[in-house]
Structures are given as structure tokens and as C-alpha cells.
Design a binder for this molecule. Structure first.
Ligand code: PHE
Length: 447
């Protein structure tokens, strides 16, 4: 505990592991490949990487420094720096986003959890793994059961507090995930017919790229780095005052990017090798990878099982951070104790999650946005609207209201390589304008 009685990261590696643990999750392994497939492959990847560097990295620094400066949750942070102003609404939007994202995140993580026990089924089905996925998600009881179990895990860990558990878990399990991805890549790229997938993934074809793809890339940058909703404000609030913040941000962004790019190398060669559809959407990880495992002989059982354990753990370290944002708000601002905040909000989020969970069975007729099912609609609303908006507003807040000089002072305390004029320029001009233009497009898409 720090002197103000809030949690504090024990070690530098522990913080990086926890922040990378928040960043690395379903967004990297499940979401990145499926939206890359949906929006045209290589061109999407290229735009995504540029946006990571010029928008993701500065916003990551911004959130961490606001958190460390104020030692507060997102609502408390805006309240502390801009008392009595409407900026606090941005903080509330973040808490709302955490709420909505976790509700469906837990549903998808629940699929992953259930797949830990399904190696027998998909190994037998081989390249027909699609059937197993469809029957899993369209089981009313199954969907709710796994969603419930995952939420219980998440509540249990957040209930335990900041220092214990999260740090150690993340430090051990993240490297293991990396090794497993590497093994799977070797299997995937050596499948007959893998080359077509590699060229889809690596060769930018801008004719397949659209304004909507740009919006999706930006949404993905915020989602994958856990930005735009105050998650990194909250994690930054548990940082020591002399931590090398820009360097930590660099590590987190790099690790996150590496894992996402590696996931693409597992998925796309396999998608093409098995004649599957790269634009298959949310099912990609749960249909394609099992098909790959089934090609590995008996070892497939082991790799498949371990892979889904790790995917679940990666999801768990992200889910924890989502619940932590919501909980930190109730703890700091409403003065609930940790027990009441995590259990109460965990249950509320669990209830909301029942809707996306039923979106493939009882509620399969419900289409909300653009004909997307409930889960895809929640995902679109959070990632293409709430997160970019939150990211734009934090840039405007720092650039035009609080001041980049104060931000630089906070970020650069303890920094080996200091942030400077390019940070200020990106925060003041580039990010607000770029995100605004993209955002108008997204409203256009909705209308
Ligand atoms: N970054 C996480 C992922 O990629 C998701 C997440 C988004 C977590 C926003 C926290 C906040 O899976």
C-alpha cells in the first residue's frame, strides 16, 4: 500500500506485466485477426501500426501520467485537475465503457474458457470445427454458464486487491503465451497452402481498404492498448512517482503489438490453408485454431488445451483491469469498500453480459447496429465510439485545457528519454483532428 492507503505496484516489472496484461488480451488474439480479415488484410495492418505509433503511444503516456499525477480513478482524475467543470463527464464515459466492454468481453472469454475442455470434440471434428463453435455459442445455458464462471474469476481477483495476484500471474503467464504462439506459428505457416494467407496478411492491398477500415483500425488501437476509457489512468494511479513512464509505455505498446502481429501469423496462413473465410468475424479464433490443432496429431490436444488456458488467462488479466476501473471509481468517489464495489459492480456487469451471451440463441433475432448481433453491436459501440471519443477528449484536455507543459513535467520525472515537442504536437493537433474526422465517419456509418 502507498501512504494514501491505495494500492501500489511493487516492482517495475510487475507494473509492466500488469499493464501489458491489461493490453494483451482477446483484442490481440481474437479481435485483431478478425477485424484485419474483415477490413482487407495487409493495408489494414499498415494503417494500424502507424496509428499505434502516432496516436496509441502518446495517448498511453497521457493516461498514465494523469493517473500518476492525481492518484485517482478516471472520474477522480478529471475532478482533481478541473474541479467543477464538465470534464468529469469524460471520466464517467470511461467507467461506462469499462462496464459495457467487460459485459461482452466476459462472454467471449467464456467461450475461451469452455474450449479448454473441448479438445476432444474439435480434434475429432478436424476442419469441421465450425460446427462445434456454432453449437457452443448457440447453447443458451452453456453461454451463460461460462460467462458466469469467467466473471466469478474476475471478481475474485479484483476483490483481492492491486498488489497480490495480478503482478505475479502476469509475470509468469505472459512469456508462456509468447512461446506458445511461436510454436503455433511454425505449425500454421508450414501448412500446405499457407502462402496465400501470408500474402493476404502482409501485402497491403489498398483497394480492399475503406474509411470504415480506418475507423476500425483506430478503434482497435484504443481497444488493444486499453486506452480511451481510463484504464491506464487507473493503472497509472498505482505507480510510484519516479517511474520511467515513457519507457514503460514503450514496452507496453511494443509487447502488445508483437503479440497481435504474431496472432495474425497463426491465424491467416491457417485460414487460407483450410479454405476458411478471413472475414468470418468473431468466430475466427474459435474455428480456425481448433482446425490447426486437429492437424497436429495427439499433440494437438495438449497445444489446444494449453492455448485456450493461456487465452483465457490473457483475457482475465484484461478483464481484471476493466473491472478495476469501475471498482476504483466506486471505491474512491462513492467511498464503497473494495468488497462492495467489486461484487456489486461485478454482478451488474454480469447481468448486462447475459444479453450478448443470448445473442446467438434466444435473442438471435435482435440486431442493434448495422445489422450486427448484440455482441458485435456492443463491441462496435464501445470500440468505434466510446473509446475514440474518450481518447480524443483526453488529448484535448491535456493539449488545450490542463497544458502539455504540466503533462511533460509529470511524464518526464524519472524518464531516461524525455517526451518533448513531438508529444505536444501530436496531442494538441494531430490526435484531436484525426480522431474527430474518423469519429464523424463513424457517426455517418451509423446514420
Ligand atoms: N486491451 C484489452 C485487449 O486487447 C481489452 C481492454 C480494453 C482492456 C480496454 C481494458 C480496457 O483484449
Amino acid at each position: 500500500m502507498s501512504e494514501n492507503g491505495r494500492g501500489q505496484w511493487q516492482t517495475r516489472a510487475g507494473f509492466i506485466a500488469a499493464a501489458a496484461g491489461s493490453a494483451i488480451g482477446l483484442g490481440n488474439i481474437w479481435r485483431f485477426p478478425f477485424i484485419t480479415g474483415r477490413y482487407g488484410g495487409g493495408a489494414f495492418v499498415l494503417v494500424y501500426i502507424l496509428l499505434l505509433i502516432f496516436i496509441g503511444y502518446p495517448v498511453m503516456n497521457s493516461e498514465l501520467l494523469l493517473g500518476r499525477k492525481t492518484q485517482k480513478n478516471p472520474v477522480g482524475a478529471y475532478k482533481a485537475l478541473a474541479p467543477g467543470s464538465p470534464w468529469i463527464i469524460v471520466g464517467f464515459m470511461g467507467v461506462l465503457a469499462g462496464f459495457v466492454i467487460l459485459s461482452y468481453y466476459s462472454v467471449v472469454a467464456g467461450w475461451s474458457l469452455s474450449y479448454i475442455f473441448k479438445s476432444g470434440a474439435y480434434m475429432a471434428a478436424g476442419s469441421d470445427a465450425a460446427n462445434i463453435f456454432v453449437s457452443s455459442i448457440s447453447s443458451t445455458f452453456g453461454g451463460i454458464f461460462w460467462h458466469t464462471l469467467f466473471m466469478l474469476l474476475c471478481i475474485g481477483i479484483v476483490y483481492g486487491g492491486v498488489e497480490n495476484g495480478i503482478e505475479r500471474w502476469s509475470k509468469i503467464l505472459m512469456p508462456v503465451l509468447l512461446v506458445l504462439l511461436l510454436v503455433l506459428i511454425v505449425r500454421s505457416v508450414t501448412l500446405p497452402g499457407a502462402g496465400e494467407g501470408l500474402s493476404f496478411y502482409l501485402k497491403p492491398d489498398f483497394s480492399a481498404f475503406s474509411a470504415e477500415g480506418f475507423l476500425a483500425a483506430l478503434g482497435q488501437v484504443f481497444f488493444t492498448l486499453s486506452l480511451g476509457m481510463g484504464c491506464m489512468i487507473t493503472y497509472g494511479s498505482y505507480l510510484k512517482k519516479d517511474e520511467d513512464l515513457p519507457l514503460d509505455a514503450k514496452y507496453v505498446v511494443s509487447f502488445d503489438t508483437i503479440i497481435a502481429l504474431l496472432a495474425g501469423f497463426v491465424i491467416f496462413p491457417a485460414v487460407f490453408a483450410f479454405g476458411l473465410e478471413p472475414a468470418a468475424g468473431p468466430g475466427l479464433t474459435f474455428i480456425t485454431l481448433p482446425a490447426v490443432f486437429s492437424q497436429m496429431g495427439a499433440a494437438g490436444h495438449i497445444f489446444g488445451t494449453i492455448f485456450f488456458i493461456l487465452l483465457t488467462v490473457a483475457a482475465l488479466t484484461s478483464a481484471i483491469s476493466l473491472l478495476e476501473v469501475v471498482a476504483a471509481y466506486f471505491i474512491d468517489e462513492i467511498k464503497w469498500n473494495r468488497k462492495k464495489a467489486t461484487i456489486g459492480m461485478g454482478i451488474a456487469i454480469w447481468i448486462l453480459g447475459i444479453f450478448p451471451s443470448l445473442g446467438y440463441s434466444t435473442l438471435s433475432n435482435v440486431k442493434l447496429i448495422k445489422g450486427f448481433d448484440i455482441l458485435d453491436s456492443f463491441d462496435f459501440f464501445a470500440n468505434n465510439i466510446l473509446l475514440p471519443l474518450g481518447g480524443m477528449l483526453i488529448a484535448i484536455f491535456i493539449g488545450w485545457f490542463w497544458g502539455t507543459d504540466k503533462a511533460l513535467e509529470e511524464a518526464n520525472r524519472g524518464a531516461s528519454t524525455k517526451l518533448g515537442a513531438s508529444y505536444s504536437f501530436l496531442i494538441k493537433y494531430v490526435i484531436p483532428i484525426a480522431v474527430f474526422v474518423v469519429f464523424l465517419n463513424s457517426v455517418g456509418i451509423l446514420g
